[in-house]
Design a protein around this ligand. Structure first.
Ligand SMILES: NC(=O)c1ccc[n+]([C@@H]2O[C@H](COP(=O)([O-])OP(=O)(O)OC[C@H]3O[C@@H](n4cnc5c(N)ncnc54)[C@H](O)[C@@H]3O)[C@@H](O)[C@H]2O)c1
Length: 245
């Protein structure tokens, strides 16, 4: 496949390596410094585009891919308040987009088991549930998109929580109400991404944890997603690639 990379930062550069390893060609690299010069015709040389840019750039990049009618895998997080608008535009005009807070295969298995665990824990009110995420200090959004997906998986299956609330450790901290699921965000040097779900009672604690050793898992997953998406039409979440049920 011919691939366009949109965003050539930490993730874009690792995705390039995995794409070449899997015999794809990178036909276009778009970053902040050349974004204004790239034309629709240049983008149309690609069978599929992969965006790992920034929360402030991603919406314009999505519209650019829609204009070129090039299928797009979006890894960038921090824009999901606009998801419904983008979905409508995508479906109305027969474009193709996949989004996902985390393209790692392991994390997608984690998302699935997280829901099953919440369902199993639901009757046992002596446990208090909490989500913790740790990421590197350059991360622009908090909580992480992955932590939000984990929280949503719990809320769907756990009656005593109806919304989530975020505390970034070291900043002003809110006290969660009983029906609020706390997501604690920690920012530490060089951590690619660690997510833990904790169920704590007076007598014990269950910890369910995923630790990314590097960014490679996200990058490989994004290339596999591009391979899956490039000949489809429609609006997808990364979970649509997996057949867990
Ligand atoms: N979904 C996942 O699996 C996953 C995994 C890791 C990171 N992410 C997300 O991906 C995004 C990128 O992460 P990163 O670690 O590579 O960040 P990064 O800061 O290293 O790279 C972002 C790149 O985007 C470029 N950019 C800025 N404006 C642009 C524009 N208008 N058009 C194109 N490029 C532009 C920047 O110059 C930079 O090179 C973040 O939102 C991060 O949270 C998602």
């Amino acid at each position: 496949m011919n691939i366009a990379l949109i965003g050539y930062g930490k993730m874009g550069q690792i995705i390039e390596k995995f794409a070449i390893d899997r015999n794809h060609e990178i036909v276009l690299i778009v970053d902040e410094n050349n974004r204004d010069q790239v034309t629709v015709e240049e983008l149309q040389q690609a069978d599929v585009a992969i965006d790992f840019s920034t929360p402030s750039a991603v919406l314009e990049n999505i519209e650019f891919c829609f204009r070129a009618n090039v299928p797009l895998v979006v890894g960038t997080t921090g824009w999901y308040d606009k998801l419904d608008d983008i979905k409508e535009q995508c479906l109305t005009h027969n474009h193709t987009l996949m989004y996902g807070s985390n393209y790692s295969i392991g994390v997608n298995i984690f998302f699935h088991i997280n829901k099953l665990l919440a369902k199993a824990m639901n009757p046992y009110k002596q446990y208090e549930v909490q989500v913790e995420e740790i990421h590197h200090t350059q991360k622009l959004d908090a909580p992480s998109g992955t932590a939000i997906t984990i929280a949503e998986g719990i809320l769907e299956n756990y009656d005593s929580k109806s919304s989530w609330i975020n505390n970034v450790i070291g900043e002003d901290e809110a006290i969660p109400k009983n029906n609020q699921l706390l997501i604690e965000s920690h920012r530490l040097e060089d951590v690619p991404g660690t997510h833990t779900v904790l169920y704590s009672s007076e007598v014990d604690q269950i910890e369910f944890k995923h630790t990314a050793h590097s960014r490679s898992g996200f990058a490989l997953g994004a290339v596999i997603a591009a391979e899956w998406l490039h000949d489809k039409t429609g609006f997808y979440n990364v979970k649509d690639m997996f057949k867990f049920d």
